[in-house]
Design a protein around this ligand. Sequence first.
Ligand SMILES: O=C[C@H](O)COP(=O)(O)O
Length: 253
Amino acid sequence: MSDTRRKFIAGNWKMNCSRSEAIQLASAVVASSEEKESAQILICVPNIHLADIGKLAVNSHVLLGAQDAYWQDSGAFTGEISISMLADYQVKYLLVGHSERREMFANTDEIVAKKFAGALKHGIKPILCIGESLAQREQGVTFDVLKEQCQAVIDEVGIEAFADACIAYEPIWAIGTGRTATPEQAQEVHHSLRVWLAEKNAQIAKNLQILYGGSMNAANASELLAQPDIDGGLIGGASLKAEDFLKIYSVAG
Ligand SMILES: O=C[C@H](O)COP(=O)(O)O
């Protein structure tokens, strides 16, 4: 099933790196990795560094992504950046619905769906982040939560829109905690998700890259990435060290 899908290694720098640190890290990622047929590499940097990193990455195989943006194109939204503005900066991917945006910045399923649609409108591929809390996992409602988060987007844009998107499954209890889902736990979720999506559109489900996020690092990446339905990683902490991030890319395909 996975032979049509390339591995996708995506770094999410979150709110880290001064300007000089960002340039140094991105330069190392660009210079020390090679283009591969079997895998893609992406860095999602803080918006303020997009111009600098865009210049570094523009003619390279390293894709540039953003971590969030507002879905309206322009207007009185003080402090926000629109998706149309990102499109001017070589941004190819946009994280939507990261659990930190959902939890700390009130991004509801509805808002996430609008951001997903906004990204597609501007030719940027959304990476829809979904995940359950520890309490939800313990209550046995993990899959219900994930379906609800996906369904809100499907209701807005239709399942076909996932031809130009990815999903990142990030159990909230594994983010930044050092506690990783076991490869079997992650595979079970990814597989169930793909089967559920296949009921809506088999081809879309077959081709869709589903990434795992939550304390993926250089030590555990190869086991996670060996699972048939884990098509890559959305990597936080370990993407801040070029050496660790590139090690993950090197084991991905
Ligand atoms: O976007 C990345 C995820 O939140 C995972 O972060 P982490 O690798 O630091 O656990």
